[in-house]
Design a protein around this ligand. Structure first.
Ligand code: WT7
Length: 629
């Protein structure tokens, strides 16, 4: 077990001090606590204008040796992963570090035997079962770049991601269990693969046992695995070699494949995991996210495993078989650190509180929140009923692009403040900017930006470095621009106020409005559409789609149903708009730009607070939208 943690406020202050005085030495001290085949010869080179960031240059390592082999030496029998199945009647699995190492090596050999090698992209479209974790690590073992696609995405979305990265292999399953539902993953993958030329092999895990169609490129997981052993030396990687690609949506239709690299990502996820959650040897840590999102990559797998922790992996949903599943699992496995999303808290808060109180939650020490701003009511409900006012709450702000948590309190070490993510981690230089890019001082509100690179910043967008530059480094030259607004109190605490671009966070999922509009526009009756977010008491935000149709029939239930299905098919069910409104026109400026600011107000029902409408070309459409709302 590696201990990278500050255990007191004094340690923390000293770290902050060192990090600002000598940022490179600060990160080198942390990086020195890992196993490298060769140490780096330069800690950092960067230029935010280019942009280019490189950490631990010349360093050689394999992240799985740090997550597995070194713990096998010191604590082989400690549980690495506790797998809690969707169905509580199915037995949970406790996988030791030794066992996990063996499974990873064996799957690594299976991937190699089926043609995968260093640098190849492998797509994983799998349910939340241990084999997903094992396959992620197996890719890392052989230096293949994993691209995990969340199992809720549609065939079209999966195909787009496979094609963007030219993946040569797919690892999927017959189906996946999620609550009372079974997702036919193999059927969806088969449909996707009719649009993908790059895949040579598709390895299929048997999870549900359902009937599946079979193609030439398909290989059963259990059959392929039977042909290999578990001896697999780790591929030696350069610190800056890509470790994985993970897609996030943006303000065009095309998803952005964020590229994370081996050395910096390992250092930062381990460092942040250890410090934020104040993990102690033997603790049981549970993050309820899916490995299909960055939270699962960084804080179910890599961060916890890098420090030798025990991490819970849950296949199910918070509502199955009852709305107390989270609390039942916390009690069952004596969970010490529990990390979830505000949307889950708000959904559970609607149910009788004895669903929480009937479970013994006395093992809990730390609670975490991630993915969207946590409102005061949800924060206090979590604090009172789950933490019994006895567990610090860490509200962690970060992104797919940042790789790890950047702004947060450290459990029990720094002060928490409800609805505030609070302070940047030591080593993170956050600032607030005005619209012209000037740094704001003291208590203020503005655009959040980061001034200096940290080790786990995404290095590029796969295949599109120009877009990486445009999205993150062009609006405010010299800074990393995350796309969020924030306010800061007199003590320097940050409160994230929400997105300042065309991304809406729905139930903690990052949804670009452009891809949804593209999907709606595919319908033969749709002329144009605009999608905006509006506040929703459980999801945080929900989507309102304004569509102009050819037939101009305003009350068209059949069309609304068809459009929702179209979005589910093109992107996935998570992107279905809550409301679809047929309108006569969209508010536009003289230059033809849709005035989304006005649409957001209309969608929120704030009809009398439309703000400045002097540049609006067509005021009549507003009256029509209000009338038909
Ligand atoms: C966006 C990133 C962080 C991993 C999961 C989501 C929002 C995230 C917080 C928070 C307020 C938050 C931001 C950010 N967000 N955490 N604690 N408070 N907002 O990753 O899908 O890349 O989304 O989620 O808007 O930019 P993601």
């Amino acid at each position: 077990m590696v201990d990278l943690a500050y255990r007191s406020l004094a340690d923390y202050k000293q770290a902050k001090q060192q990090a600002s005085a000598q940022p490179e030495g600060f990160w080198e001290d942390i990086a020195n606590q890992f196993e490298w085949h060769q140490k780096w010869n330069k800690a950092l080179t960067f230029d935010f204008h280019k942009p280019e960031v490189k950490w631990f240059l010349g360093g050689k390592l394999n992240i799985t040796e740090n997550c597995l082999d070194r713990h096998v030496k010191t604590q082989p029998n400690r549980t690495a992963i506790i797998f809690e199945p969707n169905d509580p009647k199915e037995t949970a699995q406790h996988i030791s570090y030794k066992e996990l190492h063996s499974r990873v090596c064996r799957v690594a050999n299976m991937l190699k035997k089926n043609g995968a090698k260093k640098g190849d992209r492998i797509c994983l479209y799998m349910p939340m079962v241990p084999e997903l974790a094992v396959t992620v690590l197996a890719c890392a073992r052989i230096g293949a770049i994993h691209s995990v696609v969340f199992a809720g995405f549609s065939a079209a979305a999966l195909a787009a991601r496979i094609n963007d990265a030219d993946c040569i292999m797919l690892v999927t399953a017959d189906g996946g269990f999620r609550g009372a539902k079974v997702t036919p993953l193999k059927d969806i993958a088969d449909e996707a693969l009719t649009h993908c030329k790059s895949i040579n092999t598709s390895i299929v895990l048997k999870r549900t046992g359902q009937e599946v169609a079979w193609n030439d490129i398909d290989v059963w997981w259990h059959e392929a695995l039977a042909e290999v052993d578990d001896l697999c030396p780790a591929e030696i990687m350069d610190s800056e070699d890509p470790l994985f690609i993970l897609y996030t949506s943006g303000s065009t239709g095309k998803p952005k494949g964020m590229v994370h690299t081996c050395g910096g990502y390992m250092v930062y996820t381990a460092y942040s995991f250890q410090n934020v959650f104040q993990y102690e040897k033997g603790d049981i840590y549970w993050c309820t996210a899916d490995i299909g999102w960055i939270t699962g990559h960084s804080y179910i797998l890599y961060g916890p495993l890098a420090v030798g922790a025990t991490t819970v992996m849950f296949e199910g949903v918070p509502s199955y078989p009852g709305y107390d599943r989270f609390w039942e699992v916390c009690a069952k496995h004596k969970v010490n650190q529990f990390y979830t999303a505000p949307t889950a808290i708000r959904a559970l808060q609607k149910h009788p509180v004895d669903l929480v109180s009937k479970h013994d939650l006395s093992s809990l020490k730390v609670l975490g929140s991630v993915g969207e701003p946590i409102n005061a009511e949800a924060w206090h409900w979590y604090d009172d009923n789950v933490g019994k006012n006895n567990c610090p709450i860490v509200d962690t702000w970060w992104q797919t692009e940042t790789g790890g948590i950047l702004i947060t309190s450290l459990a029990g070490i720094t002060e928490q403040k409800p609805t505030y993510a609070t302070l940047p981690m030591p080593g993170i230089q956050a600032v607030l900017l005005d619209n012209e890019g000037n740094e704001l001082v003291c208590k203020n509100e503005g655009i959040l930006a980061i001034k200096h690179p940290w080790p786990s910043i995404a290095r590029t967008i796969w295949g599109d470095h120009e877009r990486y530059k445009n999205v993150y480094f062009s609006a405010y030259p010299g800074y990393y621009f995350p796309g969020d607004g924030a306010l800061r109190d007199a003590e320097g605490n940050y409160r994230i106020t929400g997105r300042v671009d065309d991304v809406v966070i729905v139930s903690g999922h990052n949804l670009g409005t452009a891809p949804i509009e593209n999907a709606l526009n595919e319908h033969p009756n749709v002329v144009e559409s605009a999608v905006v977010g509006f506040p929703h008491d459980i999801k945080g935000n929900a989507l309102h789609a304004f569509v102009i149709t050819k037939d101009a029939v305003y009350d068209n239930e059949a069309l609304v149903t068809a459009l929702r299905a179209l979005v589910a098919k093109t992107i996935g069910p998570i992107a279905k708009p809550d409301r679809i409104q047929v309108v006569s026109g969209l508010p536009k400026t003289r230059s033809g730009k849709i005035m989304r600011r006005i649409l957001r107000k209309l969608a929120s029902g704030e009809f009398d607070q439309l703000g400045d409408v002097s540049t609006l070309l067509n005021p009549d459409v507003i009256e029509n939208i209000k009338r038909n709302n």
